[in-house]
Design a protein around this ligand. Structure first.
Ligand code: ZN
Length: 269
């Protein structure tokens, strides 16, 4: 599949803050520098945003939807090692110096993203140090998540893992109703389809989730959280801690700019 995407529209100057946590964590002057370079693109389900082995040409800051990060298992199949949504960006590994991707990024649930050409990022990198730092921090979070997912797959039962996957998908996609099939869930959890069907049925029977025409609706999120394995709460706490540190930094930068402007005004008066 092609990595070419239809571009909906460039992001106009003065547009509201994009619905992506990485971009929202940036100081206003860095975001203003980036906005003219961002293109809004649709994320069609089942599209490949980045193929393994091909050069990375764009970063995609996800606004809505869900992307599966896939690692090759053998010549024909791949396994999900990570989920990405509006908290992250496809292509962030360029910050580690890699020119090609080792993994495949597949749109699991459709939505939209803001696309940034890598050559544009390289051109303005000195003007957006917070973005570069945020992308590196996000990679650290990704490493923790993929490591925990590997441990989770080895030790935890299917129903708690399914609960965790649904909570992750809900948090990251920005969607209340999740368009997921049993085949998709089986691939994501690395189990057979009948096993997933049984687990989904358990959640439906307990009144925690409802499923209708390929859409899963979380009816009782607090019970789903209690049912999920420890991995969800652990990773959520780690991600929240990282995100809060970014927002705190943003507030400090904003306050410093305000104080500097106030001092200049007082000196001029
Ligand atoms: Zn787990």
């Amino acid at each position: 599949m092609s990595t070419r995407q239809k571009v909906l529209a460039p992001v106009p100057a003065g547009a509201p803050l994009p619905g992506n946590a990485l971009l929202q964590s940036l100081p206003a002057h860095e975001l203003a520098c980036l906005l003219p370079l961002l293109e809004r693109v649709p994320l069609a389900p089942r599209r490949v945003l980045q193929h393994a082995g091909l050069p990375i040409e764009h970063l995609f800051f996800i606004q809505e939807g869900l992307v599966s990060v896939l690692a090759k298992v053998d010549g024909r199949s791949a396994a999900e090692v990570l989920l990405m949504g509006r908290e992250g960006a496809v292509g962030a590994t360029v910050m580690l110096g890699g020119e090609t991707s080792d993994l495949t990024y597949f749109v699991q649930i459709g939505g939209s993203a803001l696309r940034l050409r890598l050559e544009d990022l390289n051109r303005v990198a000195r003007d957006v140090p917070s973005l570069c730092e945020a992308l590196k921090g996000y990679l650290h979070v990704c490493l923790m998540q993929s490591s925990q997912s590997a441990a989770c797959g080895l030790r935890h039962a299917v129903v708690p893992r399914l609960a965790r996957w649904l909570l992750d998908a809900h948090d990251r996609s920005g969607l209340e109703r999740l368009p997921v099939t049993h085949d998709m869930l089986a691939r994501s959890l690395g189990v057979h389809r009948p096993t997933v069907s049984g687990a989904v049925k358990d959640l439906e029977m307990a009144g925690i989730c409802a499923k209708d025409r390929g859409i899963v609706h979380i009816v009782d999120r607090s019970r789903l959280e209690r049912l999920s394995c420890h991995c969800y709460r652990f990773l959520r706490a780690q991600a929240d801690k990282w995100h809060w540190s970014k927002m705190k930094r943003k507030m400090v930068v904003a306050m410093s700019s305000f104080v500097a402007a106030l001092e200049a005004e007082l000196l001029a008066s």
